[in-house]
Design a protein around this ligand. Structure first.
Ligand code: NAD
Ligand code: FES
Length: 279
């Protein structure tokens, strides 16, 4: 059980929950995640630890309400507890003084990117961050990130905030201006990571992407999170979630992520109807 200390709505469908989890707060490192179940009969979902205070004993998780389980989580009130919480899981991000680091985040992928930005900045890197969303209201963590890097650039699909276009367009502008980077971290929708990686790799930048495939046990036993990297089967929960982005089989990753979409939509609809019926 982990008590919900605070709930904050960051955008239309994105929430930040602060959970009492002293042991995870002490051990977690940038790039790691937790697996939680909101209720006894919920599915298990992986969520990145977006921040933590080892002294106060809390961790922050940020999630987008997408299906039944994230709806169940959103519906828990402050002061209630999530049923179980396991972590920290996954390999931490390799952080060192690379030099000029580029971080690119799309949509809610900005949440898992934030601790990596902070860790790179704390390690003495010059950090340029590009974040993007469909529209201004969906941009999250702008102030937190601005305070944790050297330069923040924003893109929105509709031009309501920052540059009009995709995060990949902003990166193209930087390369056209002759900017060079020593390393890149890219997190967001798979198509955004695929497109951005093609550009950063073509520019000769070592690039890492963080994957969020379906996870069940989070310990390398169920095979649910398997991905192909450099022609080999890897498990995102224990071998990742970050991988050399130039070696990820992107099209297969998209296919596997979409495999349960229609089933998830049906379950979400049923949960919604049950809530209306019980209201
Ligand atoms: P979205 O679809 O609104 O896209 C967000 C931004 O990504 C866009 O504004 C744009 O800048 C960029 N983008 C989108 N399509 C692009 C393209 N074709 N080319 C270049 N850039 C593009 O994002 P959303 O709805 O917030 O994202 C939800 C998705 O993110 C879900 O599929 C979720 O699984 C995924 N996600 C991934 C991670 C991860 O760890 N990789 C974490 C959280 C969420
Ligand atoms: Fe089961 Fe990774 S979640 S192997």
């Amino acid at each position: 059980m982990a008590k919900i200390l605070e709930k904050e709505r960051l955008s239309e469908a994105v929430w930040r929950f602060r959970l009492h989890a002293p042991r995870i707060a002490r051990k977690r490192k940038a790039g790691q995640f937790v697996i939680l179940r909101p209720l006894e009969d919920s599915e298990r979902i992986p969520l990145t630890v977006a921040g933590a205070d080892p002294e106060a004993g809390w961790i922050d998780i940020i999630f987008q309400v997408m299906g039944k389980t994230t709806m169940q989580l959103r519906d828990l009130p402050e002061g209630a507890s999530v049923r179980d919480l396991a972590g920290p899981l996954g390999k931490p991000t390799h952080i060192e003084r690379f030099g000029r680091a580029l971080c690119v985040g799309g949509g809610v992928g900005v949440a898992p990117l934030y601790p990596i930005i902070s860790a790179l900045f704390a390690a003495g890197n010059h950090v340029t961050t590009i974040i993007g969303a469909r529209t201004e209201e969906l941009i999250i963590l702008e102030d937190d990130i601005k305070a944790s890097c050297n330069r923040l650039l924003i893109a929105t699909d509709d031009g309501s905030h920052g540059t009009k276009g995709f995060v990949s367009d902003v990166f193209k502008g930087l390369t056209e201006a002759g900017e060079k980077f020593d390393v890149a971290f890219v997190i967001g929708p798979v198509i955004m990571m695929k497109v951005t990686t093609a550009l950063t790799v073509a520019a000769g930048i070592k690039t890492y992407a963080s994957l969020n495939p379906i996870m069940i046990d989070g310990t390398g036993m169920c095979g649910g999170c398997r991905v192909t990297v450099n022609g080999q089967t890897k498990f995102a929960c224990v071998d990742g979630p970050e991988f050399d982005a130039s070696q990820i089989a992107w099209d297969e990753t998209v296919t596997r992520l979409n495999a349960y979409k229609s089933f998830e939509a049906r379950v979400r609809e049923n949960y919604h109807e049950c809530k209306i019926a019980n209201a």
